[in-house]
Design a protein around this ligand. Sequence first.
Ligand SMILES: O=C(O)CCC(=O)C(=O)O
Ligand SMILES: [Fe+2]
Length: 298
Amino acid sequence: MPKLEVLDPDAPIKDLMKVLRRDGAFILKDAASRQDIADTWQELKPYVEATETGSDAFTGFKTTRTGALVARSAGSRKLILDETLHQMCVEFLHPNCARHQLHLGQVIRIMPGQPRQAIHKDRWAWGKHLTGVEPQLNTIWAVTEFTRENGATQVVPGSMDWADDHNFSEDEIAYAEMQPGSVLVYTGSVFHGGGENATQSDRIGINITYTLGWLRQEENQYLSCPPEIAKHLEPQLQKLIGYTMGSYALGYYTPPLEAGAGPGIVGPEYALSEGTREDGMQGAGLLGDADLLKDSFS
Ligand SMILES: O=C(O)CCC(=O)C(=O)O
Ligand SMILES: [Fe+2]
């Protein structure tokens, strides 16, 4: 039965990277304090309890997935900005991008009776034609204990280059068993999936993933954390969720009501900017704080 390595968050980054490149995954033990995890859970619990279960087998009929973590919880902002993970993103992603960004933040609650999830690679989110780069680095922070019985993530260590249609046998699968505050770190290329919950209580994890600055994010961060909220965040987090340029020419914008915009430029859609646009979004207000992106070109 394969096992995941359990490493210390204070270990040198090069040691963590060595295991990540070899196995595609490992556990960082006690990377957050139990208190921080408990506080974060208190902030997120009402949203999780109000979340509907998944609508297909992959998302899980007995699983809830709750997003918009940055807008909803100060504690999850701290997890998202974790310094060890930041360093790992730099090592792992920056060979292929100038900046990385948040890909998604999601509380995954696997409830009693949820069968195991199909084993997959998260990079398939972009389709199987994306090859030649490592597009993402992923984490799942344990909020509850993760055990084999309650749905600890299944991981196939070293499977990054295995065929997409590999048929997995039980003796290839490791389980990310860990205590609250520990975090599973895994690449977008390693095979994994949620575990079966055969117990009577929930398995709760916070899935936080990071991607190359030039790829489309899985969770739309501009809608999940719109500018009126984002402008109050620290600049590092604003940039991480996407309020910056993804690279030299990616992601610029022009404030629609910028002084001096000629009549030829102001199109009919901006005439609605005083109120609500047809799609229900606020008009100019959505892009209100032009300063937010000022340093985009720096
Ligand atoms: O919840 C888990 O343990 C893993 C879930 C997962 O891999 C996914 O939904 O993509
Ligand atoms: Fe996954």
